[in-house]
Structures are given as structure tokens and as C-alpha cells.
Design a protein around this ligand. Structure first.
Ligand SMILES: [Cu+2]
Length: 108
């Protein structure tokens, strides 16, 4: 087909660039909630990433950011999802169980 040779260099360039684009895309992290505690928090969260909150308890929980940047209801045994929109140390807690709290560190 005429015109195909012109795509050669462009395709080669795309192959070089694609891996770095993939590394910059949003990622998903899982935080498990069990026995009335938030589990280990991911250390490599960046703005734009998604957090899946996996409530394995028989109680309802929430993950509520103090600054209001996220607030998700988590019925017993359910998962919920939030997207972290900004960088910083985001303190959060469960609105039903004030002892359940954590600080999510989000890089740019
Ligand atoms: Cu709770």
C-alpha cells in the first residue's frame, strides 16, 4: 500500500515513547479494611491514582478525608473507589469509628 513507508519512523518513535507514557498513567491501589482497622497504606500513590477500599468487615465503614477531598461509604463486605485528586498528606478516618484513621501520602 502506498504511504506505508512513511509510517515506519513514526511507528518506531511510538514504540520508544509508549513505555514512558504507560509509567505516567494512573494506577490503582487497594487498601484493605479488616478488624476495624485500615490496612497497610500504599507508599507510592500519585495524584490521579485510584484507591479501592476493600471492606472485609461485617460492619459498615467509610473512608472520609478530613479536607473533604474524598468520602466513600463502605457497606459490610463491599468495595468502594475514590480517585486521589491532589498531592499531599491526606488525613482520613471512618465516620462511624473515629479510632479508625490514617494518613495517605500522595506525591505529585
Ligand atoms: Cu468504621
Amino acid at each position: 500500500m502506498r504511504g506505508w513507508p512513511a509510517f515506519g519512523p513514526a511507528a518506531a518513535l511510538l514504540l520508544l515513547v509508549a513505555p514512558s507514557l504507560a509509567a505516567a498513567t494512573q494506577r490503582t491501589h487497594v487498601v484493605t479494611i479488616e478488624k476495624m482497622k485500615f490496612g497497610a497504606l500504599p507508599a507510592d500513590v500519585r495524584a490521579g491514582d485510584t484507591i479501592i477500599w476493600d471492606n472485609r468487615d461485617m460492619f459498615q465503614h467509610t473512608a472520609m478525608a478530613k479536607d473533604g477531598s474524598f468520602n466513600v461509604d463502605l457497606p459490610a463486605g463491599a468495595k468502594g473507589k475514590t480517585v486521589v485528586r491532589k498531592a499531599g498528606a491526606i488525613a482520613f478516618m471512618c465516620k462511624y469509628h473515629p479510632g479508625m484513621r490514617g494518613v495517605l501520602k500522595v506525591a505529585r
